[in-house]
Design a protein around this ligand. Structure first.
Ligand SMILES: Nc1ncnc2c1ncn2[C@@H]1O[C@H](COP(=O)(O)OP(=O)(O)OP(=O)(O)O)[C@@H](O)[C@H]1O
Ligand SMILES: Nc1ccn([C@@H]2O[C@H](COP(=O)(O)O)[C@@H](O)[C@H]2O)c(=O)n1
Length: 284
């Protein structure tokens, strides 16, 4: 599907099902948070299977406690006229940033933040911060990262969700997510996905970059054993997601095997084409 021959060919015939786009809460001011992720039917933190459909069936009691349409409208009007609650009248804009480990996602995101006023949220950084925070999931996350495996989606989406809410911003660069089908299924249609930036870099170049970075990064996964495992996970689980967005016409493929400034020039072109107005960070 991708024109340029790469060592990262997706698994043959890998059929990514369309994520179910459930619209639970769109507006931050309607439910106390910018909850853009679908939290139902996600794996438990121990990686076990999703809760059964039974849990989602409405009971008579739950039906009665649901607000009526009129009540919902009233709540909406109230929340929009409340000057204390931040007004969110449009869907947040999201750009996913994907590519193999070491493809330059973080490097380019830093530049995009400066020029286009996006909030950069790296799923990997959030997970590493969670380990440092001493969270009960810390040990499990640390093991998954070292093994190059994908952390249960529920954990990652919760961290992203909280970070988006906390930022109070309306345009997000989401780096390293969605990384597999489960991540993708958790994505709700409460944001406007502008496009998916995909940095394509041959595996040999990635390996060299990561080993070099490993000399100073202190990352538990910047060593040859973990790198090989990360490449495997990328090919098995992440590439099919990129192919899914490509089929939807949302993926923008960028040759990341060039000097940083050359890659950046093409990234800028893409943002210019996308009609997202360039807003400096402090004007958001
Ligand atoms: N275009 C480039 N040419 C050469 N080196 C680069 C380029 N872009 C980034 N690098 C270097 O490669 C390494 C990986 O870059 P970066 O951290 O941005 O990648 P990443 O995709 O965010 O990685 P990861 O997925 O592992 O978090 C860094 O040491 C960075 O300085
Ligand atoms: N959606 C994600 C993103 C990352 N991980 C785990 O973190 C590791 C490091 O990610 P980087 O993007 O910083 O390279 C990655 O190898 C995964 O173990 C994840 O589980 N889910």
């Amino acid at each position: 599907m991708w024109g340029r021959s790469s060592q990262f060919e997706g698994a043959e015939g890998n059929n990514i099902s369309k994520p179910r786009l459930v619209f639970e809460r769109i507006q931050a001011n309607m439910g106390g948070g910018l909850s853009v992720f679908r939290k139902k039917n996600t794996a438990a933190a121990d990686g076990s299977e999703p809760a059964s459909a039974k849990e989602e069936k409405p009971t008579e009691e739950s039906r009665q406690s649901q607000p009526s349409r009129e009540e919902e409208k009233e709540e909406m009007v109230q929340s929009l006229s409340n000057p204390v609650t931040p007004r969110v009248t449009e869907q947040p804009i999201v750009v996913f940033v994907l590519g193999g480990p070491g493809a330059g996602k973080g490097t380019q995101c830093a530049k995009i933040v400066e020029h286009f006023g996006f909030e950069h949220l790296s799923a990997g950084d959030l997970l590493r911060a969670e380990i440092k925070s001493g969270s009960e999931n810390g040990e499990m996350i640390a093991n998954m990262i070292k093994e190059g495996r994908i952390v249960p989606s529920e954990v990652t989406v919760d961290l992203l969700d909280k970070a988006m809410t906390k930022s109070g911003r309306s345009r997000f660069l989401i780096d390293g997510f969605p990384r597999d089908e489960r991540n993708n299924q958790n994505w709700e249609d409460a944001t406007h996905l502008a496009f998916v930036l995909f940095f394509e870099v041959p595996e040999s170049v990635l390996e060299e970059r990561l080993l070099k970075r490993g000399e100073s990064s202190g990352r538990s996964d910047d060593n040859i054993e973990s790198i090989k495992k990360r490449f495997h996970t990328y090919k098995e689980s992440s590439l099919p997601i990129i192919q899914y967005y490509d089929a939807k016409g949302k993926a923008v493929k960028i040759n990341g095997d060039r000097p940083v400034e050359e890659v950046w020039a093409e990234v800028q072109e893409q943002f210019a084409k996308s009609n997202i107005p360039p807003t400096p960070r402090n004007n958001q």
